[in-house]
Every structure is written in C-alpha cells, then in structure tokens.
Write a new protein. Structure first.
Length: 255
C-alpha cells in the first residue's frame, strides 16, 4: 500500500468559517475524514455538523461569532487559539449573497456582502498570521473559498462578484508576503454547488437547465467536492503551492 501521509491532517486543528451547512459542512467532514480536528465557526447552531463529524470519528468544537463583524471575528480567533489550542489551518469559507439588478442594489446589500466575504477574510487571515509568526518555527495554511465569479462577471450579483474578485486578489497578495514566512495561502473556486446560496437557481428550472448544459460534468457540485480539495490544500502534499486558486467547478471555467 502506498504512503498517503502527505494527504493526512492527523494532529492538525483546522478552523472553518460557515461550518453549519453547505460547503463549510462538507469541508469540516472532509477534514475529519483526513484525521484533522475541526473548529467550526458561525452565527447559527452547528449541531448537525458536529453530529456528522462525530459519526466519522472526528473531533469538533463550535465557536459562535457574527462574521459580519471583523473585530468580533478577530477576538473569536484569539480566544479559540488561547482556549482550545493553536490553529494549524484556516479555511475562510463563510459567504453571503444578495441578488438584485446592479441599478437597484442597495448600499446595505453591498456592505453586508463585503463585510462577510472580504473584510473578515482578510482580518481573520491577519489574526492567524500574527499568531503563527509569534511562534518561531510554526507553519500554517490558509484556504480561501473564492468562486468562478472571481474570474467572471455573473448576473445580478454585483457585490458578490466584487467580493470574490477581491478574495482572489487577497489570496495572491498574502501568498506573496507570507510564503517566505511559513504560511501557504491558496484558494478554491467552486462552481455551482448544492448549497443554500444556489437554492434560488436550482429551483428555477430554466436557470438550472442552462447551468447544467454549460457544465461539462453535467451535474451540480456537492459540498464534499470542495471539502476534499480543501484537505489537499491543508495537507503536506501542497507545501509548495502558494497563491494558487483551484477551480472545482465541473469544468465550468474550461468551457
């Protein structure tokens, strides 16, 4: 049997934002299957994720936080580090979306999306880096969940598209600054995945059919498709990857 230790997260503690459902839950489960301990962060109950992680023999801690408030997010991160233990990897997954024609989008809907999808991504990453750099010899990994709309415009999702373009830029910037200091920063660009954020599209038979027709794989993605890619970017196998954004999109961007 081949040695798969390079893909193991045994002994690692990974903090995942937005772990209560969807992609975040899929990432938490994949981490647990790879042997890692999960700290799930969110505003709502994560009992379902905790039960599913326990069912695969994993360890799960919940940390409650309003991720729209980057100051609260930083405080939460430091509290978890001090009370639960050092964090080896950070997955910035939490995200929200607001759908409206660009001419009608309100400033509140713009700001709400930016606060969660971009501001907290940066300031949580900053909090993580400060703790890693304060411990000589410690290494860390950050995985930012971007989107195919980090590369495309989309329709009726102006704030989401802008935030995901920003997440891609921040991923590359942090990779350039932090690669020499022991932190790998990479990203994943999900395509159309079965989550709460895509429910409106999936129940619209015309839009759903159009999306599937354009997706070479011919199906909606599943949260574990993203989770397994995240494990790779958190594991030793990706130690020489810095600033990469991996599309997990059923071939959407290749089309």
């Amino acid at each position: 049997m081949s040695d798969l230790s390079a893909f193991s997260l045994a002994g690692k503690r990974i903090l995942v934002t937005g772990a209560n459902t969807g992609i975040g839950q899929g990432i938490a489960l994949s981490i647990a299957r790879a042997g890692g301990a999960v700290v799930g962060v969110g505003r709502s109950a994560m009992d379902d994720t905790a039960q599913k992680v326990a069912a695969v023999g994993g360890d799960f801690e919940a940390a409650y936080c309003d991720l729209a408030d980057s100051g609260e997010a930083r405080a939460m991160f430091n509290r978890v580090w001090d009370e639960v233990g050092p964090i080896d990897g950070l997955v910035n997954n939490a995200g929200i979306i607001r759908r409206a024609n660009a001419v009608d989008l309100t400033q509140a809907d713009w700001n709400d999306v930016m606060d969660v999808n971009l501001n907290t991504v940066f300031f949580l990453s900053q909090a993580f880096a400060r703790r890693v750099f304060a411990d000589p010899g410690r290494r860390g990994k950050i995985v930012n969940i971007a989107s195919v709309l980090s590369f495309q415009g989309g329709i009726r999702v102006a704030s989401y598209t802008a935030s995901k373009h920003g997440a891609l830029g921040i991923t590359r910037l942090l990779a350039c600054e932090w690669a020499p200091k022991g932190i790998n920063v990479n990203g994943i660009a999900p395509g159309y995945i079965e989550t709460n954020n895509t429910e409106a599209l999936r129940v619209d038979s015309e839009r759903s059919a159009a999306i599937l027709a354009r997706t070479p794989a011919g199906r909606w993605g599943r949260p574990d498709d993203i989770g397994d890619a995240a494990v790779f970017l958190l594991a030793p196998a990706s130690n020489y990857m810095h600033g990469a954004v991996v599309p997990v999109d059923g071939g959407w961007l290749a089309r």
